[in-house]
Design a protein around this ligand. Structure first.
Ligand code: BTN
Length: 246
């Protein structure tokens, strides 16, 4: 991952760029990475926009071809990529770093970054995966509407080399990806749970109009979040549950 690296000054979205490459041109090698200094139409989860100050943060997309994964195993790819990003930042930031389900990177109660994985399916197989990652590295301040955001710089008060962090993420994502490929799915699943934000803690959630206390007890193979409430265990998808911090 990252051997074939294209660095763009400005693009709408690195995910879109990679998607267009796949449809328009000759074959794009697996592991190709597109990074951009500025995205003018960066996209986040759930149709949100992704904003990042030009040149200060990492915004990039990785192309993988996990044809060995079936549609029902898509969340294992999410796990592997989250872990690769996590393992890159953990030596710098320590154990306050967590993976917030499904694939946000959190430091304490603040968001450092996230990912948007867009899979192209062929029958029951994942033909290609466009893995877009946005990480706040050297941004000093965030607008009020992003009050929940933080950066490595805000935490450690120094600048980091974006290229070095990117190279390390590529190595770590590749390592977890190869674990998946080698069939070590349970190792990947366990590693993900071990780093999960709010795992096994009593916390407040909102599902529909219902605000309740519950405990995250697991994540289903297919990626649904399992929350225990009183004596019941319920499962939720991304749109169905919100974490309440206070
Ligand atoms: C989220 O947390 O909502 C996901 C954010 C994903 C942002 C990245 S930046 C690079 C890639 N290109 C995009 O348009 N989005 C992803």
């Amino acid at each position: 991952v990252g051997q074939n690296l294209l660095s763009l000054k400005e693009v709408d979205s690195t995910n879109n760029f990679l998607k267009n490459l796949l449809t328009n041109s000759k074959p794009v090698p697996e592991g190709t990475v597109i990074m951009a200094e500025t995205q003018f139409a960066g996209r986040g989860q759930q149709n949100n926009k992704w904003h990042a100050e030009p040149g200060k943060n990492l915004t990039f997309s990785i192309l993988l071809k996990p044809t060995f994964l079936s549609v029902t195993e898509q969340f294992d790819l999410t796990r592997a990529v989250s872990l690769g990003v996590y393992d890159t930042l953990c030596p710098i930031l320590g154990s306050a770093l967590k993976i917030k389900w499904p694939n946000d990177i959190y430091y304490g109660d603040k968001k450092l970054g996230g990912m948007l994985i867009e899979n192209i399916l062929q029958g029951n197989q994942i033909k290609s995966a466009i893995i877009g990652i946005g990480l706040n590295i050297n941004q000093d301040v965030f607008p009020d509407e992003a009050s929940n955001a933080t950066s490595v710089k805000q935490i450690l008060h120094k600048d980091y080399d974006l290229r070095l962090i990117l190279a390390e993420i590529c190595n770590n994502v590749e390592a977890y990806y190869l674990s998946l490929k080698a069939g070590k799915i349970n190792d990947v699943r366990n590693a993900y749970l071990n780093r999960l934000y709010w795992f096994n803690e009593q916390k407040r959630f909102k599902a529909g109009d219902d605000v309740f206390e519950g405990i995250i007890t697991g994540v289903k193979d297919n990626g649904l979040l399992v929350v225990q409430q009183n004596d019941n265990e319920n499962t939720y998808n991304l749109k169905e549950i919100e974490f309440l911090n206070n």
